[in-house]
Ligand binder design. Structure first.
Ligand code: NDP
Length: 292
């Protein structure tokens, strides 16, 4: 069994991008700029935005955080987004999800200029991605593709089961892995809460991508020998031994499943850090597009 070490790989990718940014600066160009909108004070969202901003600093990308009150109206948020669309100093920006209940995330995503949509959530970018046209690929699936590429894990002809069909992870992942493209060409089954006999599906999988949001949901009896497991889930469980009072576990029962696998991502330290690296890659892409 080999651990897919997202933390180390993310550091490598960030170093490569830092070299690229250094080169742009040496050529007299301005630094790239990523902005993040955070609405409210969801503690997990604050942590994720913090990771993204720290990564920007490491790579030499300028970052700015727009911290908005949880009570902000949808209208005022969209106004802020329009302002950022029009600000030439910003190459790309993200709106950290989830948003407070009174704000419709679809309306918000639609308000983002697709050329600055470095999260790749806008329908224009989703559509391009589905058609295989070069664009911003949503950060988590993109990070997973980078992991497969760097660990030289081939997907062509393999049977993949993706669990979870969210617009930000499961659905784009299933599309990317089934495209006729490098790190595609897999035979993909997209499963969800209405799937009958998920275990039978999983037992056929050469590769499992778990994006459910249920702690240790995928157990040893659901996984075939030598399977490759990509665990996207991030679940907080109570742990009195930790200062914070909690620890993070994935959607897969890592402790009991890992020795059966050929490759597996840990949680934390697997997909999470690569999501950040992929977002930074998208930001660099948006920056480079401004010179075209
Ligand atoms: P959502 O919460 O939007 O959706 C969960 C999906 O899981 C749904 O499609 C749901 O099915 C499916 N599901 C729920 N219960 C079952 C079940 N019993 N059997 C099969 N499928 C089930 O998912 P996200 O993609 O937003 O998040 C998933 C997890 O990944 C979360 O833990 C999240 O924190 C984490 N995450 C991690 C990231 C990272 O960078 N590592 C980035 C993004 C998310 P249905 O559609 O039928 O309701």
């Amino acid at each position: 069994m080999q651990i897919l070490d997202g933390k180390t790989l993310s550091v490598t990718l960030q170093r490569e991008m830092a070299d690229e940014v250094d080169q742009f600066l040496a050529d007299g160009k301005r630094a790239p700029h990523l902005a993040a909108i955070l609405v409210g004070s969801n503690p997990a969202s604050k942590v994720y935005v913090g990771h993204k901003i720290k990564a920007c600093t490491r790579v030499g990308i300028q970052s700015s955080l727009v911290d908005l009150d949880a009570e902000i109206t949808e209208e005022a948020l969209i106004e802020k987004i329009t302002e950022m669309n029009e600000d030439p100093s910003i190459d790309g920006f993200i709106i950290q999800l989830p948003l407070p209940r009174h704000i419709n995330p679809e309306k918000v995503i639609l308000a983002v200029d697709p050329s600055k949509d470095v999260d790749g959530f806008h329908p224009t970018n989703m559509g391009k991605m589905a058609l295989g046209i070069d664009t911003f690929v949503p950060a988590t699936p993109y990070g997973i593709l980078l992991m497969l590429e760097r660990y030289r894990i081939t997907t062509s002809g393999k049977k993949v089961v993706v669990v979870g069909r969210s617009n930000i992870v499961g659905t784009p992942m299933s599309i990317l892995l089934s495209r006729n493209a490098p790190f595609g060409n897999a035979t993909v089954t997209l499963t969800h809460s209405r799937t009958k006999d998920l275990r039978a599906q999983l037992l056929q999988a050469d590769i499992i991508v778990a994006a459910i949001g249920r702690e240790r949901f995928i157990t040893r009896d659901m996984v075939k020998d030598e399977a490759i497991i990509i665990d996207v889930g991030i679940n907080r469980i109570v742990d009195e031994t930790k200062k914070s009072g909690y620890r993070l576990v994935g959607d897969v029962d890592f402790e009991n499943v890992s020795d059966k696998c050929s490759f597996i991502t840990p949680v934390p330290g697997g997909v999470g850090p690569l999501t950040v690296a992929a977002l930074i890659k998208n930001t660099l892409k948006a920056y480079k597009n401004t010179f075209k």
